[in-house]
Structures are given as structure tokens and as C-alpha cells.
Design a protein around this ligand. Structure first.
Ligand code: F6R
Length: 605
């Protein structure tokens, strides 16, 4: 993870570095730092904690200079403290790094054998010390290029040099890096979002590329040290600037804007006059494709799991789902008639990106479902379906999950239609039902008051279980994940039918058990499983849209959701689970937008 920024300008850069670091904090927030250069002196400031802390330090002791680099850290090597925070500097060079240097132990040993002393526990410091060696007899560009060949692993780097007052060097292998252009100012940054307030002109480095920038020029070199040109992309205006507004935090804003998220996504893809889904340029012939493989991590993976049920129900395609970190190392038998679908909010998740690269190496067709359209995963796939959810800032994914499910749902019914596997009338009824979704989501959000009340039950409990069958099983997994990441309480998601095969042993008096049981073909089966839990003392929170009051007997609390077409229930059931995690975390006074140990964009494997 980690976020990096670099600015070469004709005016002081530290306040713009701080502003950009605030935007990059979603990538890591356990420490922060910057280094500026003035009169051949490197001014380094760093601290553990948030960018706010760094800002306070700069307020007392400013860092002057019209050239500088900054960093927000998500610790990989070494605890989050001031020493391990980036930049890592010597007398002659200062480095910020995103990624992991896999051969850092070997490199460290050989540097130590040469008498070099390390200050930190990080892998990054080997880069600084290797560079300092190379700089003894080489110019910066050559020194960087010759250092990079010694590194194994992934990196995006920002580097400044004591004796070269006007240049920043950036480099990329595995971790993303963008370059931004402006008048009298040029930038490097981990993403375009960090640069957007300063420029809308961007280029992206590819793996192996190095860039060297001054305030007036940018040059690019490929891994063979050959000078190359880059396309300059003009970023679209951000209609949806990420502001919290009246909300306590971004997560609550993002939960509550889901009806709009759904509306935007539906408007983007559904032609309302014809009740038709506009997906063009399928990378494979929809009639001859015989399999889809859905790949993602975390919440994005859960959207893949839900989609498996949709694809299987509406099409004759065979469907597999895979966690990207597993997929990338298995001996996969790739098939030309299979569509490999990659789901990622950020579009930068290292494992998902590597799984996509593996598919590309095997020359099979890929599709990405992303929120960030300028991301690496979007750029590398054969076909991109953006979810149009707007920036998601809260680390816990909420509205992006909804957008991912929406795209996957639309894709499943569109493929069924193109393959003549669904009756035209049924297809159009499904589209009409989809259009009702924003209003129904609005109604689900009204469950907040009841949820706030039940949230107290979780504070003193040992843990909790989330159960569901069919579409509701992945929703249970997602509910448990949200609770874990936000409130740091143990929670497990399980297929309700699996309880008696082991997990039932965990049920004891008062254990909160959340049962997701919409009115679908699994309903009665799930209810029987729920009774088995009640018989053993489990305290049930039932989430259902079967509003028969008898069902609620022996249930501590029922959240009644509106009726909806059966296959769309996952959209509604998700809402109370997000609210539950949110309110438990709020009661526990956790940092909701930035849960401990996590980061929004997981760019390390
Ligand atoms: C959980 C969460 C993570 C992400 C996962 C994949 O709330 O946000 O589990 O879903 O890290 O991230 P993306 O979607 O950016 O690939």
C-alpha cells in the first residue's frame, strides 16, 4: 500500500504535498513524512500517525523548498514509528517507496558487510543506501536505473537528490505511479486522485518505466533505458467531489448515498425507453463463451460470490469464483472460451492486478469491473465496465459493493438475453424491477433506528455469527467482514446449512446470530437452521422481507425489508448489515473511516 507524491515547482511545495497526502491517506495512515530540498539541503520531517500530525510539525518547523516528496505509510517491514516512516534519507538522497522489496534481507546483509549502518527496520532503506553508493560516480538517472536492476519485488518510488536541486525521479514496477503536468509545476503521485486538485493532465508509468521531472519538463525511460514518449490523458471533471457534507464520516455518507449510486449506475447502462441494457464490445462472442471466472479480493470477492448464483440461475454458463491471491499461484487451465472477470473498487489491488496479468500472459479474454476508471486494472483489461459510484473514501467498501453487484447482475441477465437463455419478457421484467431498486434501498436505510438499538448487544459479546443460504450466504460473509473490519469484534459468516457440521458448537446463551432470510426458495430451510440456533441460546437478529409475524417468534429482533424480485434481495439485505457494523463501531468509538491496520488500496500482495 502506501501513497507517494512528488512536486517540482517554482514555489514552496510543502503545503501542496500535505494536501495531496491527505487525499492519499486511504492508502495507508500509520505514519507520514516529507522531504523538501532547498539550497542543497534535504529537509526531512516525519512522524507516526496521521498527516494531521505531520501538518502540526510543519506548522512549528516549516520545510522550505520548491521541490519535494511525501509519503503516507501502511507498514510492511517494521512497526509504524517515526524512524520507519518515509522518506528514508542519507546525506545525498531521499526516497519514498510504495511496495515491497522481496530481496531486502539479502541486500541489507551485503550492505552491512560493506560497513553500512541501517537506521530503520524497513525494506526501503536498502534502496536509499544502494542509491547513495551508485551516486558516488554516477548521475541520478543512471544511479537509479542501476539500482532498480538489483531490486526484486514491487515498487513505486519518488526520489530527490541533495546535489541536484531541480529534479525528482519516479520509478514503477508493480505499484502504480502517475505523472501530472502543469504550468511551472510537474508531479508524481500514486494515483490521479491525489493530483486532481493540481492538474487534469496525467500520464501513467508502465512496469519498468522511470521518469525524471523538473518544474518545466518530464522525460520517460523504459526498462531498457530507452527514452520513450507517453500519452497525456485529460481527466474528466469530478462531478462527485468527495466531501463529507453533514455526515459524521465518509462511511455513513457512502452508505446513505447508495440509492443515488444505484440510480447513477442504472442510468448509465439501462436504456429506459426500451428496457434494454447497453453493454457493447463484448470481448468474446456471447453465444460461444462457455464459462465465466469471477476474481476479486475481500468485499469485491463477495460480490463475485453473489454473482455466481445469478450467472448460474440465468445462463447455462459454468461459473467459478476465485480469490485473486489464490488464483495467481494456482496451476490454472486457461480456456479461450472463458471470460475472466476482475472485480475491484480501486482497480489497483496487487493480487487482482497480478491475476489479470496472468490471464493476459495466457492470452485469454478479460473484463474488469472497477470504480476507478483510470486504474491499472481498468487499463489492462480487454473490456471495462465502470460502476460509476464516485470516489469511495471510507476504507470499508459499501457503495462500491452495491455497484459491483449491480454491474454483475446486469451482465448476467444481458448475457442470458444475448444467448437466448432468458425469455425476452422475463428479461425486460427484470430490468423494470431493477429500476425500482433506488427507492427500495431508500426504504431499507430506514432500518437505522432499529439497528442502532440492536448494536448494543454486540458490545459485550464474545463474537457473532452471520448466516444465510443461496444469495444470502455471501451477504452473510460480507456482513461479518464489515463488522470485523470496523469494530474489531470477531464475527463469522457461514452458510446456514453448514452450522450442524461444526460451528453450532460455538452457539451459547446470548451469542448474537444474524440470520439473512429473504423470501426466496431457501427461506424455510434457513428458518429451520435458525430454530436450531435458538434452541441453543443464540440471540437472533432476523433480516427478512417475509413479513409474516409468526416467523418472528423467539427472535430477539426482526428487520423487515421491502418486498423485491427474489434475485434482487442481496441488494436490500446488505444495507442493515452495513448499518449494523457502522453502529457497533460507533458505539465502540472506533475510527470508522480508517480502521486500524487497514488501507483502502491494497497495493502489496
Ligand atoms: C472491505 C474492503 C476490502 C476490499 C478489498 C479489495 O470493506 O474494502 O476487502 O474489498 O481490499 O479492494 P478492491 O475492491 O479495491 O480491489
Amino acid at each position: 500500500m502506501c501513497g507517494i507524491i512528488g512536486i517540482a515547482s517554482n514555489k514552496s511545495v510543502s503545503s501542496n504535498i500535505i494536501n495531496s497526502l491527505k487525499k492519499l491517506e486511504y492508502r495507508g495512515y500509520d505514519s507520514a513524512g516529507l522531504a523538501t530540498l532547498k539550497n542543497n539541503v534535504i529537509n526531512e520531517k516525519k512522524c507516526s500517525g496521521r498527516v494531521e500530525q505531520l501538518e502540526k510539525i510543519l506548522f512549528k518547523t516549516p520545510a522550505e523548498g520548491s521541490l519535494g516528496i511525501g509519503h503516507v505509510r501502511w507498514a510492511t517491514h517494521g512497526i509504524p514509528n517515526e524512524i520507519n516512516a518515509h522518506p528514508h534519507s542519507t546525506e545525498v538522497v531521499s526516497v519514498v517507496h510504495n511496495g515491497i522489496i522481496e530481496n531486502s534481507s539479502d541486500l541489507k546483509r551485503s550492505l552491512e558487510n560493506k560497513g553500512k549502518k541501517f537506521k530503520s527496520q524497513t525494506d526501503t532503506e536498502v534502496i536509499t543506501l544502494l542509491l547513495a553508493e551508485e551516486l558516488k560516480n554516477k548521475k541520478p538517472l543512471e544511479a537509479v536505473q542501476d539500482t532498480l536492476v538489483k531490486l526484486k519485488g514491487s515498487f513505486a518510488l519518488g526520489i530527490i537528490f541533495k546535489n541536484f536541486n531541480n529534479i525528482i525521479i519516479g520509478a514503477r514496477r508493480g505499484s502504480p505511479l502517475a505523472v501530472g503536468y502543469s504550468k511551472n509545476e510537474n508531479y508524481i503521485g500514486s494515483d490521479s486522485y491525489a493530483l486532481k486538485s493540481m492538474t487534469n493532465k496525467i500520464s501513467y508509468l508502465e512496469d519498468g518505466d522511470v521518469c525524471i521531472l523538473t518544474k518545466d519538463s518530464v522525460e520517460f525511460y523504459d526498462s531498457n533505458k530507452k527514452k520513450i514518449n507517453k500519452k497525456v490523458l485529460i481527466l474528466s471533471e469530478d462531478k462527485n467531489i468527495a466531501q463529507k457534507g453533514d455526515y459524521k464520516n465518509f462511511m455513513s455518507k457512502e452508505i446513505f448515498e447508495q440509492p443515488i449510486t444505484a440510480k447513477n449506475c442504472i442510468n448509465e447502462y439501462i436504456d429506459k425507453s426500451r428496457d434494454e441494457i447497453n453493454f457493447y464490445n463484448f470481448p468474446l462472442n456471447p453465444k460461444t463463451v462457455n464459462k465465466v471466472v469471477l476474481i476479486g479480493c475481500g468485499t469485491a470477492y463477495h460480490s463475485c460470490l453473489v454473482a455466481k448464483y445469478w450467472f448460474e440461475e440465468f445462463t447455462s454458463l459454468s461459473v467459478e469464483t476465485d480469490i485473486a491471491s489464490e488464483f495467481r499461484y494456482r496451476s490454472i487451465k486457461f480456456s479461450k472460451d472463458c471470460l475472466y472477470l476482475f472485480v475491484s473498487q480501486s482497480g489497483e489491488t496487487a493480487d487482482t492486478s497480478a491475476a489479470l496479468d496472468l490471464c493476459k500472459k495466457n492470452k485469454v479474454k478479460t473484463c474488469s469491473i472497477v470504480n476507478v476508471v483510470e486504474s491499472s486494472i481498468a487499463r489492462n483489461a480487454d473490456w471495462v465496465l465502470p460502476i460509476h459510484a464516485g470516489p469511495e473514501i471510507g476504507v470499508a467498501s459499501t457503495k462500491a459493493f452495491l455497484g459491483q453487484m449491480l454491474l454483475l447482475y446486469m451482465l448476467s441477465i444481458k448475457l442470458a438475453d444475448l444467448r437466448n437463455e432468458i425469455d425476452k419478457k422475463e428479461y425486460q421484467t427484470k430490468i423494470s424491477d431493477l429500476k425500482k431498486l433506488p427507492n427500495l434501498l431508500e426504504k431499507c436505510l430506514k432500518s437505522e433506528e432499529k439497528i442502532q438499538f440492536v448494536a448494543k448487544d454486540f458490545l459485550n459479546s464474545k463474537g457473532s455469527m452471520f448466516l444465510g443460504r443461496g444469495f444470502s450466504f455471501p451477504i452473510a460473509l460480507e456482513g461479518a467482514l464489515k463488522l470485523k473490519e470496523l469494530s474489531y469484534l470477531h464475527a463469522e459468516g457461514y452458510p446456514a446449512g453448514e452450522m450442524k457440521h461444526g460451528p453450532l458448537a460455538l452457539i451459547e446463551d446470548g451469542l448474537p446470530v444474524i440470520v439473512v432470510a429473504p423470501n426466496d426458495k431457501y427461506f424455510h430451510k434457513t428458518l429451520s437452521n435458525m430454530q436450531e440456533v435458538i434452541a441453543r441460546g443464540g440471540k437472533i437478529l432476523l433480516i427478512t422481507n417475509n413479513n409474516d409475524s409468526v416467523i418472528s417468534e423467539n427472535v430477539r429482533f426482526t428487520i423487515n425489508l421491502p418486498s423485491i424480485e427474489k434475485s434482487l434481495s442481496p441488494f436490500l439485505s446488505t444495507i442493515p448489515l452495513q448499518l449494523l457494523a457502522y453502529h457497533v463501531a460507533l458505539l465502540k468509538k472506533c475510527d470508522i473511516d480508517k480502521p486500524r491496520n487497514l488501507a483502502k488500496s491494497v497495493t502489496v500482495e
